[in-house]
Design a protein around this ligand. Structure first.
Ligand code: BGC
Length: 247
């Protein structure tokens, strides 16, 4: 069994586990520590190191961040401290954890996992994963290959980033019914479809646990299906990426 470790840094929790890369399933406990506030680079790196220590893993680790990551450099920071921007995330995490690190956007990680073991398995052509949580994350694939850092939650709509109105947290903040929120999401999906014309859209994120409440209300040209891996997609995808990078 090939195994790897993934850690998914979110706005509220830092979650990690050891992943069986044949099935995408966790073969350790799912470890979770609250994200330190403020979520500065040093504080997050220490918490990632603690998650790895608790797992007993000592090989390379794949990390996912809610950020654009280009050549290991963190280029944006939507739900973590702004002081991440411009930092060399790979070097920072590698020295805190004491092992080799790979770093990827969290939605890209979830997308890799869904394409390999979940709703996107075996799909070629243009596939788009959208995660609805605190923000909206996106992962775009063409014939199974990722186009990284698409950041479609930040498309400008309604005078702001689309995620300000169409994320799952925006539904709660604005106290919207599932139906009212689905109407907003439909407008968003319409715009996204007009730009990329995906053949398949996979919707995931925390809110996909309650997919039955809102996914049937969505209207798209493309086929649309809920994600399958739920909570662990980010961890599993980060672990898979780590093996691509470090073997
Ligand atoms: C961030 C993305 C992230 C998404 C989901 C957005 O606000 O800009 O990088 O993938 O939230 O966490």
């Amino acid at each position: 069994m090939t195994k790897s470790m993934g850690v998914d840094v979110g706005g509220t929790g830092i979650k990690g586990g050891i992943v069986d890369l044949t099935t995408g399933e966790l073969v350790s406990d799912r470890l979770k520590i609250a994200t330190p506030q403020p979520a500065t680079p040093e504080a997050v790196a220490e918490t990632v190191a603690e998650v790895v220590r608790r797992s007993g893993w000592n090989g390379p680790v794949g990390c996912a961040l809610p950020s654009v990551v280009r050549n290991g450099i963190v280029e944006s920071a939507a739900n973590i401290d702004k002081s991440w921007i411009g930092r060399d995330g790979v070097s920072l995490l590698a020295s805190a954890v004491g092992t080799r690190i790979s770093l990827i956007n969290d939605a890209d990680a979830a997308g890799i996992a869904e394409m390999r073991w979940g709703a996107g398995e075996g799909h070629s052509g243009v596939v788009l994963l959208l995660t609805f949580g605190t923000g909206i994350g996106s992962a775009l694939f063409i014939d199974g290959r990722l186009v990284p850092n698409t950041e479609l939650g930040h498309l400008q709509m309604w005078g702001d980033s689309a995620e300000e109105r169409a994320s799952a947290v925006a539904r709660q903040d604005h106290d919207l019914s599932w139906r009212d929120w689905a109407e907003i999401v439909n407008e968003y999906l319409d715009y996204v479809e007009s730009l990329f014309w995906p053949e398949l859209i996979i919707v995931g994120g925390g809110v996909s646990k309650r997919a039955d409440r809102w996914v049937p209300l969505l209207e798209t040209n493309a086929e649309l299906i809920p994600a399958e891996l739920l909570n662990n997609a980010g961890i599993a995808g980060a672990a898979a990426r780590c093996v691509e990078v470090h073997g």
